[in-house]
Design a protein around this ligand. Sequence first.
Ligand code: HEC
Ligand code: HEC
Ligand code: HEC
Length: 350
Amino acid sequence: MSIRWKHLIVLAILAPLLGLAFGWSGLMSVRASTGHWAVTDWFLHWVMRNSVSARAVTTEKAPPLDDLALIPGAAGHFETGCAICHGSPAQGRPASVMAMLPPPPDLKTVVPEWSDGELFEIVKHGVRFTGMPAWPAQSRDDEVWSMVAFLKKLPEMNAEDYIKASGLHGIGHSGEVSPLPITCESCHAESKLNDGSHIPRLAGQSELYLLNALKSYTAKERPSGIMQVAVGTLPVESLPELAAYYAGQAPAVRQKTAQDPALIEKGRVLAESGRVSDKVPACLSCHDRAGANPAYPKLSGQNAAYLRQQLALFQAGTRGGSSYGHLMIDAAKGLAPEDIDALSAYFSQR
Ligand code: HEC
Ligand code: HEC
Ligand code: HEC
């Protein structure tokens, strides 16, 4: 019996040493070029599927994924952050990434195999040892869900649908849709935005506010995977130019969308007078008044869906922003969901 114990102890010491020696010897191949054995490939995917499914159980319930406000930002981000590896309906996967191990799959074919919660888990956290990155802003589950909503639309999209959705389109001379590289305008062009979009209008916004916003994205003080990727590679010197460019743009004349007049009236009263019982301040004491601090953004004419989303983020404590951001956290605290709807309707139509 005692000999058996001794054998076990020797084995317990030797096994890791042998493992270390094998690692040290250089015999273990890390070449991507030779691929995995079929059994290793099967095993790794089996582990990945089990891990994703197990964690997806605790994923919070998905918001309504058929909300069209979710698509434009996610589609544009797909082009800048995902198509480089996974290809898109407009362009195949580049030859360079096909030599990765594992190669990134064509998402059109694999997306239907996953549930919404599993896609959320993959897009939010990425997949270790494969090159599949995590979402750059971990606190923005709402952005991750917007990407899931987009992925679910991907299998039915043809090249033209995709080019339009991602804002990549220029219209050629003969009226055909032609792809262009993605720029700020792909997402922010006044002509493409409507009240139902989560992408904000920038035209005519306060220049100082725009500059503060751009700086807070680059400093990661305002979390947004979409905007962090969009401004991540810009030289800092270009930020003032971009802020000046959008501040100087004339806002497009817009059609007023049909909104419930009683809702707008409720928003007006709250914006003008606040509500003392819930410590809600009058929004118009800071926003959209003559002589206001230029660090305070204009809200009038902003998209209702965007206003709702940002107020919800302030309430959740995840909006971040410039050094003035704390003022808004206090201002948004006492708002009920119906107040947020009313204020967003009011300011978007103002
Ligand atoms: C640097 C390359 C790279 C980028 C960029 C990338 N991915 Fe991936 N992705 C991969 C690889 C490699 C896999 C395969 C993982 C595996 O086989 O386990 C993968 C897997 C996936 C899967 C699971 C598919 C399946 O069935 O295995 C989804 C969904 C996905 N990626 C979505 C995205 C989205 C959305 C983005 C952009 C936000 C993105 N990926 C960006 C490389 C990338
Ligand atoms: C892929 C789409 C996309 C691209 C490209 C993009 N943006 Fe954005 N932008 C967004 C979204 C979505 C938001 C809202 C993010 C949030 O929730 O904070 C945003 C927010 C902003 C804001 C904050 C506005 C406000 O009212 O607080 C500024 C400023 C801005 N973008 C400027 C730019 C500039 C300049 C560029 C080009 C360098 C650019 N964006 C490129 C989608 C995009
Ligand atoms: C004490 C001044 C103050 C009051 C009162 C105030 N705000 Fe703000 N608000 C700000 C500042 C400052 C910012 C910009 C924060 C930043 O730079 O990140 C802001 C940002 C916002 C934004 C984000 C805009 C964008 O483009 O992203 C919304 C939406 C907003 N406020 C709505 C409201 C509403 C609705 C009320 C009334 C309930 C209100 N605010 C009351 C100062 C105020």
